[in-house]
Ligand binder design. Sequence first.
Ligand code: NI
Length: 250
Amino acid sequence: MPVSKCWRAFLLWVKLNFEWILQDTLMLLHVPEILTKSQVATIRHTLGSGSWVDGASTAGPLAAESKRNLQFSTESTDYAALSQSIISALEKHPLFVSAALPKRILPPMFNRYAGGQTYGNHIDNAVQTDRRDGERVLTDISVTVFLSEPEDYEGGELIVEDTYGSHEVKLPAGDAIVYPSSSLHRVEPVTSGERVASFLWVQSLVRDAWHRNMLFNLDMTLMKLRGQIGNTEEIVALTGHYHNLLRQWG
Ligand code: NI
């Protein structure tokens, strides 16, 4: 093979593999059915009877400039119970737990976009205060749980940017998207209907996204293998390695 052809093949290999590695590291994960449709309906009903405040009031000074939405008031009587119901649902979801390895899930909040409202490009604050105990927490993972069906509104896509472009997310009510808090992201203007969602941050047991992703892939593969061949001696040994890696990286 001529050198130039070899070089081109190598570049293509690097491009394909680096794209794969970067996308792998970004790990935008769709977690289906965090909530059932009936849980979504109950939450939406309760949200409808509470009070909403300007979303910019809870953003940092920079993000506030581009944040145009409403947030369910954390002073509302129902807020704590609603927030806890999302945490309980997340903690019960094996895919979410495996991907996020949560150490602390900050109390979820709720937002609403309508009439052209939008949230421009931003990176979430690195530090959030847990309102339950005043603890300052470093955020590793951002989560959006969709509470409106995609056909109920126009626009409102969550766009997460990386080196290779934009990832567009619009999911069924009850589904969640999980992504690293270090990602640049925005919510496109909602031009008709309304988009209601819950959003939250997680501090992970494993702070490094690459390590977290490797553990997630290993856990998923082990789960599949266990389903295929049962708990063989080798599966038990590999599961031990998973836990030892978690010890090492956590
Ligand atoms: Ni954000």
